[in-house]
Design a protein around this ligand. Sequence first.
Ligand code: PGA
Length: 265
Amino acid sequence: MAVVKDARVPLIAGNWKLNLDHLQAIAFVQKLAWSLKDAGHDFDGVEVAVFPPFTDLRSVQTLIGADRLPLGLGAQDVSQHDSGAFTGEISGAFLKALDCAYVIIGHSERRSLHSETDEVVAAKTAAAIKHKLVPVICVGETADDLEAHGPAAIPIAQLTAALAQVPQGSDIVVAYEPVWAIGSGQAATPEQAQTVASALRSVVAESLGADVAAATRILYGGSVKSANIAGFMRQSDIDGALVGGASLDVAEFSAIAQFPKHVGV
Ligand code: PGA
């Protein structure tokens, strides 16, 4: 498949997980915007997005709007339902009303700690698209899967399932996050990540067509830092990163977003 990496704007996405309340979020996003502007960040060349907890979204939306900050906003999860008797759930319509552009779906912590199956992930992906949110679909193998099946089999199966109800032509982002690399300090090698990212691009091509596959951004996630981002970004099928721990440190996250300065290509 012809892959035109230059046509895909890289995305550096900060998944805050269960960190920072709405007041801390405001201070953090202000500092992040200053830090990126100070560094002369090319916002058209590398998109930067934050994924705060639900209770922060309104505050961050207001800040981004008032100060016209060139930052993207996303949520960490969405309900598969639109409304009704679903205590604790948040619908895609609510997120869209807060100007969220993205929503993370099927993060390994949701799959393992909240028993989200491939079917739930597929339903949430469809709900996101229905509400015009770009799903950031997370897939990845555990250490046991890696030993039993190699790196690509589980991510391929998870992505195939997640795309089952996605209409042709949809805008999606895929995040390859090996479970063993998340929060462990032990990232995949860029070559490993590239092998899986390339296989995932083929899954997108089979499900949604070659044009969508060529345009889809595939992120790597799992212990990404400013010291290792360059190796990932040199790979032809890796178009950014989903960053957990390091996204909570303004200087570090800003340095990750500045990867073109140290990617050496
Ligand atoms: P990490 O988390 O960067 O802390 O490894 C990544 C993620 O869970 O998205």
